[in-house]
Design a protein around this ligand. Sequence first.
Ligand code: DGL
Length: 292
Amino acid sequence: MVGLARMGIRCGLSADNDNNHAIAPFWMCRMTSHPIAVFDSGLGGLTVLRALRERLPQEDFFYFADTRFLPYGDRTEVFLRERGVLIAEALVKRGAKALVIACNTATAAAAEAIRAAIAVPVVALEPGVKPAVALTSSGVIGVLATTRTLASERFQRLVGNHANHHRVIAQACPGLAEAIEAEGPDSAQVATLLDTFVAPMAAAAADVVVLGCTHYPWVAAAIARRMPPGTTLLDTGEPVARQLERLLAAGNLLGGGTGRLTVATSGAPASVVATVDRLFGEKLKIEHWEPR
Ligand code: DGL
């Protein structure tokens, strides 16, 4: 696996469409039993992982929470690009057959660099502005995301390409991802932050709210309560799962696991266990792992 990545060989994949890679012979592509790696700054990506496991129960997953560097939303683009590439390369060395960047902020800063650095299929996610445009009747769309995601060129492009004729209320939510993890989705601190961040969307009569950070589905019900009845909330777990399935099928990489899940953090496992249990509803053993 390491060798394959280093040699730049890809297993017949066409998704990323660069022609600099040889197509590996069939016997070299027996990677189906390897896990799929998923990473985020913390435990937000578990909302994506849930959708991945539902759609692909025959896959093994390795989930990495880069807790030591949470929140990504307040970090520079250069930091996120370097960290993202380091993590992606280390995950491939560990044996990942595919990678899901379960973080809008990391995608905005690092998706291109990660795709250029590794030779396994990469699924990245971005705020669902395009589906929101298809769904809105009022022509007003709310987007909740991190400061870094909203400031990115990628987000500006997304809005320019798809929502030019719509009103987009883009609301940065500093502190929200950390509060969800540290205090819990039902905490007073999260409630205060949501009061502030959701109010502008309700006032502007947005009828679709895009959850542009993978932490926010943990507080979807609380967001919905602050919006008029009938507001649609959009998250990206399900489309990401479908895209991953397509890429695995195209590369003959589908199946071969047993639904095994390993969770690791760059922080202290003891401080993550209770949060995973609270958010994910599973008592999992958490490893410490340092990408290098
Ligand atoms: N969960 C991440 C996202 O989707 C970012 C949260 C953070 O670390 O700021 O953007």
